[in-house]
Ligand binder design. Sequence first.
Ligand code: C2G
Length: 153
Amino acid sequence: MSKTVLTYGTFDLFHVGHLNLLERLRELGDRLIVGVSTDAFNTTKGKQTIVRFEDRLRIVQNIKCVDHAFAENSWAQKAEDIRQFKVNVFGMGNDWEGQFDELKPLCKVVYLPRTEGISSTRIKDALRVLDKAHVEELKQALGVISTIVERFE
Ligand code: C2G
């Protein structure tokens, strides 16, 4: 009897924290299916993403331990998905601890430890810092160039 594991996520700027979770969830059964949050759903979550839904879905679909990826359009679809895909285990990272316990009558619900030190938000913040530093650097270079040009005028 094959055991199906289900999870959901935004998976923006896919990173090793996402991969660790998916691989550990896959170990709990024989197949792993993943609901990827659409851009519209992320708006309702108040989440700004860098990578558009179509690309996030394609990346998750092509992760070796993922058997099927589909669109997550709402908070409310989980119970229906569990029935439709005959899910045995629903799992999330433990930043969601207790948030989906209402699904316990439908299947086993597990929350696994998050991978510390990595998140899409941290990656975005790092990129933003680079962005700012880059602008400062460009300003300084421009200053030097202007000084040189003045000498030749
Ligand atoms: N995660 C993790 N370790 C990290 C970052 C994320 O284990 N360092 C886990 C999260 O706990 C989550 C999954 O990776 O289970 C996806 O994380 P997000 O893409 O941030 O998903 P989220 O926005 O939490 O959406 O209906 C559920 C929502 O769609 C979950």
